[in-house]
Design a protein around this ligand. Structure first.
Ligand SMILES: *[C@@H]1O[C@H](CO)[C@@H](O)[C@H](O)[C@H]1NC(C)=O
Ligand SMILES: *[C@@H]1O[C@H](CO)[C@@H](O)[C@H](O)[C@H]1NC(C)=O
Ligand SMILES: *[C@@H]1O[C@H](CO)[C@@H](O)[C@H](O)[C@H]1NC(C)=O
Ligand SMILES: *[C@@H]1O[C@H](CO)[C@@H](O)[C@H](O)[C@H]1NC(C)=O
Ligand SMILES: *[C@@H]1O[C@H](CO)[C@@H](O)[C@H](O)[C@H]1NC(C)=O
Ligand SMILES: *[C@@H]1O[C@H](CO)[C@@H](O)[C@H](O)[C@H]1NC(C)=O
Ligand SMILES: *[C@@H]1O[C@H](CO)[C@@H](O)[C@H](O)[C@H]1NC(C)=O
Ligand SMILES: *[C@@H]1O[C@H](CO)[C@@H](O)[C@H](O)[C@H]1NC(C)=O
Ligand SMILES: *[C@@H]1O[C@H](CO)[C@@H](O)[C@H](O)[C@H]1NC(C)=O
Ligand SMILES: CC(=O)N[C@H]1CO[C@H](CO)[C@@H](O)[C@@H]1O
Length: 591
């Protein structure tokens, strides 16, 4: 079971997710040293917003927030914020989330992600990002093995093989989910849902407004930019605080309505379109730039060769018998190729030249060449989406998904799972199986419910706090559903500033239709399309999208509905540097 869920994240390369402290409450070391700091561990925490210069060119803050704003006595946790100042003005700061769930906003800014956003605004706006609850530098441990990281590692490494049947996949997931539910009886995991994150963002916005000397911080507006899972935050924010919206940009949209009902079935509906782009551009690029072009002159022809390669691998995988290889004997199977292929759809510019080289090797039965390509694809110099292979990242993703689902996970039994799996595999020939084996089961059997004040089922009015029990353990299970659970659908919501949606036309994991669907809930919002593959428009980039984005941020001007932007360059065809390094010419993989 290669249970590596696909991260709903977009953006720059990130380093490995390191294990977080597993203790539930910890306080930051307090110190009076306010000189430049280089670690959130060295930063005092405070219920007031206090910025400290950090990492040479940023400001950092450890903000202490209530676990439950409606029940402050339950305790507090710490949210790590980081700010990059505007270079040429004093416009409103833009809050940013890079996706996941589990992506580190701190890491995004430290890796230079803020520069691009600030540049888009002509230097007028600064950027603030943060590690949401449960992520990297922020509090709330999200793990199925609280206080026992060794057991955690032992479990996941024992699970690192493919299970032979869907039935076994299902029951293994249920076993983990049930274990995990018990293990989290009494932990704070249930306070880490998306609507709690939205409340933290609003709380931060008010504190910052007060710091800026605003007369009425409680009426201050929020500016937000979210990508991928960050769009779930954006949609929720717009539903919960419609009168407080200064700007919202949501890029690579999740169908949040399905998200909050526990299962997004349509995620891979445009993945095969991504492959079609690969075939077409490979033919256009030709053998000089796309190693898999062979002497094919059309995308259709390349697709045929790809399909017959898969058919061949299904019957007999390519076997590595190179005894000098450090990875030992290995077989390259159809599903292994499709798993790798799926990952490359997120970041075509840097990854497609390598995919092409790998396919070239497999056509020649060269397993060693393919394995080298796999290794190259996982190097930080060939950035894909976030490194989602770490256990910590997987656990974070699982918990946040489960808390948002709040027991509404719709798959009831193994037969139901097999039926849904069949539907998804029909929707995407190339990515369906991967999505079924990884994402569909991540929160199966894991029943966690947020506290009432963080319960979100799509209500457009602000979440009302209600009295809840004093012991977190009493109501962590979903069987005790708050009374408003009947409210499933999202509601039409007028936001104080209309929302800008952006989507590529062939996104592997957040199809355009999701953007269009979510847009229907927000009158006046517009979906801007970038005609390209890739996860998020930034995967390839387009000065057309940049222009519309800059106008929107400047004065809330939206593009006309139906606007389609072309990219400035094409993957493979225009990817010079990477292609040069990765091309398999004369049977040699050059690096
Ligand atoms: C977590 O944040 C630190 C900075 O505090 C950063 O260096 C690191 O890359 C981040 N880790 C992840 C997995 O994002
Ligand atoms: C303050 O922090 C800096 C950077 O971490 C360190 O070099 C310096 O020694 C610290 N000073 C004191 C008084 O702790
Ligand atoms: C800074 O802002 C001014 C005034 O809006 C503008 O003319 C100038 O081009 C900006 N400079 C940069 C480097 O963006
Ligand atoms: C959770 O733990 C408490 C004791 O801390 C126990 O009374 C309760 O039965 C447990 N709930 C479940 C569902 O295991
Ligand atoms: C080129 O295509 C022809 C069939 O059209 C095939 O016979 C030949 O083997 C191909 N050559 C290469 C190098 O792929
Ligand atoms: C290794 O595999 C190649 C290609 O599949 C094959 O030609 C060769 O005979 C194999 N070598 C051994 C020692 O089995
Ligand atoms: C397979 O690919 C590797 C890596 O590029 C190369 O060194 C090797 O010569 C190739 N093997 C064959 C049999 O072509
Ligand atoms: C991704 O994370 C895994 C597990 O932590 C690690 O072994 C691997 O080196 C990481 N890859 C990159 C590119 O950082
Ligand atoms: C949204 O605003 C429009 C125009 O002002 C109004 O007609 C409509 O009823 C509003 N919808 C909601 C759900 O408030
Ligand atoms: C689902 C959907 O709306 N797809 C559209 C995506 O954008 C392209 C144009 O780039 C349209 O042709 C598709 O219909």
């Amino acid at each position: 079971m290669s249970r590596i869920a696909s991260f709903l994240a977009a953006g720059l390369a990130a380093t490995a997710v390191t294990a977080r402290p597993t203790s539930e409450r910890w306080t930051r070391q307090t110190s009076s040293n306010t000189s430049m700091i280089y670690s959130f561990e060295d930063l005092p925490s405070s219920a007031d917003l206090e910025w400290t210069p950090c990492y040479d060119r940023f400001d950092c803050a450890n903000l202490e927030v209530p676990l439950d704003y409606a029940e402050p006595d339950i305790g507090t946790t710490i949210i790590a914020f980081i700010r990059q100042e505007a270079t040429n003005g004093t416009g409103h700061d833009i809050l940013f989330n890079p996706g996941g769930p589990g992506g580190s906003g701190v890491d995004y800014i430290l890796s230079g992600g803020g520069d691009k956003i600030i540049e888009l605004t002509g230097g007028k706006n600064g950027v603030v990002s943060f590690d949401p609850r449960g992520v990297n530098n922020s509090g709330i441990a999200l793990t199925c093995f609280p206080d026992d990281p060794d057991a955690r590692d032992a479990y996941y490494s024992s699970m690192n093989t493919d299970l032979p049947t869907l039935n076994e996949d299902y029951y293994q997931a249920i076993a983990l989910g049930q274990w995990c539910t018990q293990a989290n009886n009494g932990t704070y995991a249930r306070y880490a849902g998306t609507s709690a994150v939205v409340q933290d963002m609003m709380h931060f916005t008010e504190l910052q407004a007060a710091l800026n000397g605003d007369e009425k911080p409680e009426e201050s507006q929020i500016w937000y930019y979210g990508a991928s899972y960050g769009t779930v935050i954006g949609h929720t924010l717009a539903m919960l605080y419609p009168d407080r919206i200064g700007r919202i940009v949501v890029d690579a949209n999740v169908n949040s309505e399905n998200w909050f009902n526990g299962l997004v079935r349509t995620s891979v509906e445009t993945s095969d379109d991504g492959y079609d782009w690969f075939f077409k551009l490979c033919a256009e690029a030709g053998l000089g730039k796309c190693a898999f072009a062979g002497n094919s002159s059309s995308g259709d022809d390349i697709k045929k060769r790809f399909d017959s390669l898969l058919t061949r691998l299904e019957k007999a995988p390519v076997v590595s018998n190179d005894t000098t290889s450090p990875s030992g004997p290995q077989i390259i199977t159809k599903s292994r190729v499709l798993n790798v292929g799926f990952g490359t759809l997120y970041s075509p510019v840097s990854q497609w030249p390598l995919l092409a080289a790998g396919l070239y090797f497999l056509e020649k039965d060269n397993a060693t060449g393919w394995i080298e390509v796999e290794q190259a694809l996982s190097e930080p110099t060939n950035p894909g989406p976030f490194n989602y292979t770490s256990i910590a990242a997987q656990e974070t993703l699982t918990f946040i998904t489960a808390v948002d689902a709040a027991g509404r996970y719709p798959i009831k039994d193994v037969d139901d799972f097999i039926k849904v799996a069949g539907e998804i595999e029909k929707e995407s020939v190339y990515a369906g199986e991967n999505y079924v084996e990884t994402n569909i089961l991540i929160n199966a059997g894991l029943k966690l419910s947020p506290p009432k004040s963080q319960y979100f089922s799509g209500k457009s009015s602000q979440v009302k706090s209600r009295p809840s029990s004093t012991h977190p353990s009493d109501s962590f299970l979903c069987e005790r559903k708050p009374a408003n659970d009947g409210q499933k659908g999202f509601k039409q919501t007028n936001t104080s500033t209309p929302i800008l949606f952006i989507n590529t036309s062939a996104d592997p994991i957040t199809p355009l239709a999701s953007a269009k669907h979510m847009s229907t809930y927000f009158p006046g919002s517009v979906v801007l399309v970038q005609n390209s593959p890739g996860h998020s428009w930034t995967a390839i980039g387009s000065s057309c999208v940049e222009g519309h984005l800059a106008s929107y941020l400047a004065d809330a001007t939206l593009p006309k509905e139906g606007t389609v932007c072309e990219t400035d360059t094409k993957p493979l065809v225009d990817t010079k540097e990477v292609a040069k390094r990765s091309l398999a010419v004369n049977g040699h993989f050059k690096r």
